[in-house]
Design a protein around this ligand. Structure first.
Ligand code: HEC
Ligand code: HEC
Ligand code: HEC
Ligand code: HEC
Ligand code: HEC
Ligand code: HEC
Length: 347
């Protein structure tokens, strides 16, 4: 258990003093400022917030312990699958260990392979405070992220959720963007966008938009991006063992926006429908000889070979949407359009 050392407490007290002192120097303490647009603090009304009160918004009572307790529920705090295998490799930065992420966020890149990679902790995502104001979560990043896959598309996830997109995005561009042509070579059995293309799915960009009878929604038009984004569902206030720092999507958030009363994520049956479409597409790919079931891995994997472009794109869409793991909840319209048009194109 990590506890505040005397040194840290002294540092904290020191900062509080500085802030209180600088407030008094500028005159009497004024009223708290209104929040500006886009969740940023507005320029007016900044002065005068009591330094102690601001710190205590977070550093008070059992708030930090509560966050610890929630975080213990998250796979981030285990890092089981990801850290062991990829966490030490410099080429897998910044996504697979605490050390890699912090190095990339602070130094711009990793120094080299890591000898003892660790799982996520508070200071993976939270660095040293910059302004110490109420909205300053001291997140290591909240800037829009340039897509790893095509190095061009900007993933603008709406504030704090940009932090998530640093890691939860595709690493490989869809086949016809990566290598345009009539055919495409799937060169290994791990081919695909990589395990967590959630930011692409939520943004509605980066998958193979194979033409078909269903119109694709405009990129970025997803209501779940504008109104919720990653933190709006996964970090909605912690209730009934969901949300907050457990990172488990909170059904209460779905219900609040949808004025509904569901107890799972299958609102309107969208997850059932998307699951069925994913099975249908996979079976089609097996029939065409693009995919086979590998007993030893207990998984469906692509067969290495050169395929008509549309078949390689169909595989990319299948594995990417499978590994998104929301079964359509991230962006119902985009996901359904992709699956319906892809299946249609393979008929
Ligand atoms: C919006 C929430 C929030 C506010 C407001 C806030 N902090 Fe923090 N603070 C955090 C978080 C989160 C951490 C990282 C915790 C960790 O790594 O264990 C942190 C860490 C720290 C640390 C390092 C402690 C350690 O365990 O390494 C100090 C010192 C600190 N804060 C001082 C302050 C002071 C002084 C203020 C007010 C001027 C303040 N904080 C306001 C959330 C906040
Ligand atoms: C440093 C990279 C990184 C960042 C930043 C990050 N994640 Fe993750 N996340 C991962 C990895 C890797 C896993 C898989 C962990 C494992 O299973 O070992 C994961 C797992 C998850 C899971 C599934 C497991 C669980 O229950 O925790 C969710 C949900 C998730 N992340 C959401 C988010 C959200 C929301 C954010 C932003 C607030 C975020 N992540 C930020 C890398 C990251
Ligand atoms: C852009 C960030 C990023 C990079 C770079 C990256 N990964 Fe990942 N990887 C992730 C995320 C995020 C997850 C977890 C996704 C989830 O839980 O949905 C993951 C999951 C995995 C998993 C777990 C798969 C499973 O079965 O759940 C393995 C294995 C893996 N990555 C290997 C690697 C290797 C090896 C490298 C380097 C060659 C690498 N990754 C580079 C983001 C990344
Ligand atoms: C995977 C990234 C990640 C990790 C790890 C993480 N946080 Fe956070 N934390 C966030 C994000 C993102 C927000 C802002 C959430 C929002 O915008 O709704 C936040 C907000 C906070 C806040 C302010 C909000 C509040 O309700 O008081 C505190 C305090 C905090 N975190 C403490 C912690 C502590 C303590 C830990 C370790 C147990 C931790 N965080 C680990 C991403 C993370
Ligand atoms: C509309 C709410 C919503 C938004 C917005 C959202 N998610 Fe999700 N997410 C879900 C739901 C629902 C699931 C499916 C959970 C389940 O079925 O267990 C999910 C699944 C996931 C998973 C797989 C978790 C697991 O345990 O299988 C990850 C990782 C994830 N989301 C990350 C993200 C990231 C990163 C973002 C932002 C780019 C994001 N999500 C935006 C609701 C949301
Ligand atoms: C911040 C508000 C917000 C949150 C949180 C939210 N949604 Fe939505 N959701 C919307 C809006 C707005 C639409 C678009 C409705 C439209 O276009 O008519 C939508 C659309 C949908 C759709 C497409 C069907 C439809 O009604 O148009 C599904 C399915 C859905 N949401 C499921 C979920 C689930 C599951 C969760 C929780 C994991 C969730 N939503 C959380 C606001 C939200």
């Amino acid at each position: 258990m990590k506890s505040l050392s005397i040194f840290k407490l002294a540092t904290l007290a020191f900062f509080c003093l500085i802030i209180v002192a600088s407030c008094t120097k500028e005159g009497p303490i004024g009223p708290a400022g209104l929040n500006g647009e886009n969740g940023e603090n507005g320029a007016d009304g900044r002065d005068g917030v009591d330094g102690n009160v601001t710190c205590l918004v977070c550093h008070s009572g059992t708030n930090m312990e509560q966050k610890q307790a929630e975080f213990a529920m998250s796979e981030h705090s285990v890092g089981a699958i990801a850290v062991d295998y990829a966490g030490s490799q410099a080429r897998c930065a910044p996504c697979h260990s605490h050390e890699q992420f912090v190095q990339v966020m602070t130094l711009g890149k990793v120094a080299g392979d890591i000898t003892n990679p660790s799982a996520w902790e508070c200071s993976t995502c939270h660095g040293i405070h910059k302004t110490f104001e109420g909205q300053d979560f001291a997140l290591r990043s909240k800037d829009p992220v340039v897509s790893n896959a095509d190095k061009v598309t900007v993933l603008e996830m709406n504030g704090n959720s940009n932090l998530c997109a640093v890691c939860h995005q595709a690493r490989t561009a869809e086949p016809n963007t990566a290598s345009p042509g009539e055919t495409f070579r799937i060169s290994n059995t791990h081919y695909g966008p990589h395990h967590g293309p959630q930011a692409n799915v939520v943004s509605g960009v980066g998958f193979s938009e194979i033409p078909g009878s269903v119109a694709y929604p405009e990129a970025g038009s997803n209501k779940h991006l504008a109104q919720a984004s990653c933190t709006g569902c996964h970090m909605a206030p912690f209730t009934n063992g969901q949300g907050g720092h457990s990172f488990i999507p909170n059904v209460d958030a779905c219900n609040a926006c949808h004025n509904a009363n569901i107890d799972d994520y299958n609102y309107g049956g969208v997850q059932t429908e998307v699951h069925e479409l994913l099975v249908e597409l996979r079976d089609k790919l097996v029939e065409l000889g693009v995919v086979e079931y590998i007993e030893a891995d207990a998984a469906f994997e692509p067969i290495v070979g050169t395929y008509p472009m549309v078949q390689a794109q169909a595989y990319y869409n299948w594995i990417g949407l499978e590994e998104d793991r929301s079964l359509g909840a991230h962006n119902p319209k985009y996901v359904k359009a992709l699956l319906l048009n892809t299946i249609e194109a393979l008929q």
